[in-house]
Design a protein around this ligand. Sequence first.
Ligand SMILES: Cc1ncc(COP(=O)(O)O)c(C=O)c1O
Length: 419
Amino acid sequence: MTRLDAVREHLITLDVRDKNWSASLAAAQQRGPEIDLGLAEMSTPVFTLDLAGLEHNITTMRDWVAGNGVSLAPHGKTTMCPALWHWQLSEGCWAITVANEAQLRVARSAGIPRVIVANEYLSPQGLAWLAGELDADPGFDVITWVDSIAGVETMTRALAAAGARRTLPVCLEVGHPKARAGVRDHDDAVAIARAVIDSDRLQLRGVSGYEGSVPGQGEQRLAGVREFLTAMGELFAEISPLVESDEALVTAGGSALFDLVVEILGPVAAGTPDARLVLRSGAYVVHDDGIYALSTPAASRRGPVFAAAAHVWARVISNPEPDLVLLDVGKRDIPYDAGLPMVQKVVRAGEVVDAPSAEVFNTNDQHAYVRLDEPGSLAVGEVVRLGLSHPCTMFDKWRSALLVEGQQPRVRGVIPTFF
Ligand SMILES: Cc1ncc(COP(=O)(O)O)c(C=O)c1O
């Protein structure tokens, strides 16, 4: 079994309009979607995923969740890449998480059997579509969230109008002050849970929340996260006996604080009959060289060690001042909302070697500005590898990703994204 086998059935032949397209790749793909090309043969810019890094992250997280007795429903919105979702499911993930109806449709089209919609889902048209899908396929399981009586009523009305035959499982979303959705008050939460039970179209499945939106910095934020998770656990203990299915779900956890989720909610789930704690970490699958490198549990506490698997390769197109070069990438190609990319490697004489010290200090839509520590250390025409910060805003800029393998990366195939 090679790493490519994990995604082989999702490999695509690239269209000339795709940003990752190169004439060499098209020529190679004429024989089939599996290829073996040096990166030097590719046009720029390109977005790459390292197969070894992906495999490391997927199997490392698999082992960590198994070792801690919890389940994982990776947030699929990070990549919107069903090829990776199927790889994650084949390594034991319990479900795929999405954020909205459009993403749920991608998951449904990709044949994902169980999906968590980690959000309020209230569109009557969307609920009518979902009711049709659920009624047509008893093997399709979708769990959505609700945080208000108005939400319960809206969903109930829409599902009744659509003639839904199956009840729709929902988790009660718990929030925290100064953040986004999620009921704030304990008594309100219990009242909403009861409204779900009273609805003939909804089924109470558990309690959900997201610790990643707790505001603040450093130790004070961690204290806020612990407080939030503790309150979530207390609510879960109260609501779990009311759950209308064989198993009560409690779900939280992104890629930065999942160790605390397991520390606090793990014992609550273990002490509750027929309970399942589900993490929803998404960014871990490609990790990064920026904010997640700094915020993953292993950076400051203890936890699994992930590899940065996603990169963008760009070309120096101008050197208008001695210490300034411009790259052929910009805001449309590289994330810029949580730190700018890092110049890590350069291709020299066909070899990928460490890059000279240089800093990306600005981006426009189609340009990146790089300050060189040593004037002249990057030359016009040279190709550099950029390390990226923030997985959630890497993939949305690309309709595909090139899969690469090896220290001197070879392009082995292409997989699509669906944004
Ligand atoms: C509700 C929810 N769950 C899970 C996640 C996944 O977190 P991460 O991107 O840190 O993996 C997110 C990310 O924004 C989220 O909004």
